[in-house]
Write a protein that binds this ligand. Structure first.
Ligand code: DGY
Length: 324
């Protein structure tokens, strides 16, 4: 393809250099060199005359923004597995194809979930604070006691690819796997994991809860005061999915009362301006949305998004087409 015939692609954030280089070979690309999220109006203005968008989780593609996109935009390839930042109905209404990047971030995200499980259960945050602030007086038989995970029940909310990868890792730590999923897994896929028909029943049987469901109208605010109260006293809550599945007031109150012993969180409502109370609680282990943050994974996500764009512009259905 010559420069004149290459499709025009707007890329809303900086991507790993190998991904940007490949994008530049196949498309007439504009990349957001400043790398800060664009507001909707700026994104719409910059999309003029382009054929496709390569977007990601920091973009807000709500109905209003999508309606204002130029007619020339025919595809939005998201550099993410989650698509809650895109109003899919509005995209479908405009006939804009939407793709995501599943599979390639499964292992990296499952690794971070295990880090959060261990970090929260074993009190890694206060331990690190004691080292950094020189308050560690001496080793004490009764000091800084965490919660052991061996033999505990791990409740997995959402047993898709990432949930299953977390289960595989947790089995190696001797945990018993319980899960809730809209669809019960067949016996081979479940590998002995105990299915709970309702979220409520799963919570009642989880010493440690790890959230892996997508953020949808059904799951937003799912972990609130009522549902968190169903967890056994002293449970640990871990979230690598989306912040809005958790009601912050309810989780913080449960962490303050001790009903929830600890929380490991990689995702938050209103990132990066998280509820400041999380920072001051000693029983939180917090990471800044690092689930997919390895160079290998981010390269794979970028290449997968470009594969989807290449397929689309070659006139074929992209492998990861979600809409329409
Ligand atoms: C995704 O892809 O949805 C993740 O949240 C980014 O790591």
């Amino acid at each position: 393809m010559t420069a004149a015939t290459r499709p025009g692609l707007l890329v809303t954030r900086r991507l790993p250099s190998a991904v940007e280089a490949r994008a530049a070979r196949s498309y007439n690309v504009e990349i957001n060199a400043a790398d800060g999220p664009w507001a909707g109006a700026e994104l719409v203005a910059r999309a003029q005359g382009r054929d496709g968008l390569l977007v990601t989780v920091t973009d807000r593609l709500d109905a209003e923004t999508i309606e204002k996109l130029p007619e020339t935009i025919r595809i939005m390839a998201s550099f993410s597995v989650g698509l809650d930042h895109i109003n899919l109905d509005a995209a479908a209404k405009r006939g804009i194809v939407v793709t995501n990047t599943p599979d390639v971030l499964t292992d990296a995200t499952a690794d971070i979930a295990l880090l959060l499980i261990l970090g929260a259960a074993r009190g890694a945050s206060p331990g690190m604070t004691a080292i950094r602030e020189r308050t560690w007086a001496n080793w004490a038989p009764t000091g800084m006691l965490g919660i052991g995970i061996t033999g505990k029940r791990l409740g997995i909310l959402g047993m898709g690819r990432i949930g299953r990868a977390v289960a595989a890792r947790a089995r190696a730590f001797g945990m018993a796997i319980h899960y809730h999923n809209r669809r019960r897994l067949d016996e081979a896929a479940a590998e002995g994991a105990v299915w709970h028909e309702t979220v409520e029943d799963l919570l009642a049987h989880s010493d440690i809860l790890s959230v892996h469901c997508a953020s949808t109208a059904e799951t937003r605010g799912l972990l609130d005061a009522r549902t968190l109260a169903l967890l056994p006293k002293g449970a640990v809550v871990v979230n690598t999915a989306r912040g809005d599945i958790v009601n912050d007031d309810a989780l913080i109150a449960a962490l303050q009362s001790g009903h929830i012993a600890a929380a490991g969180l990689d995702v938050f409502n209103n990132e990066p301006n998280i509820d400041p109370r999380y920072r001051t609680l000693p029983n939180t282990f917090l990471l800044p949305h690092l689930g997919s943050a390895t160079l290998e994974t981010r390269n794979a996500m970028g290449f997968r998004a470009l594969d989807n764009l290449d397929e689309f512009f070659a006139g074929r259905r992209p492998r990861d087409q979600i809409v329409p």
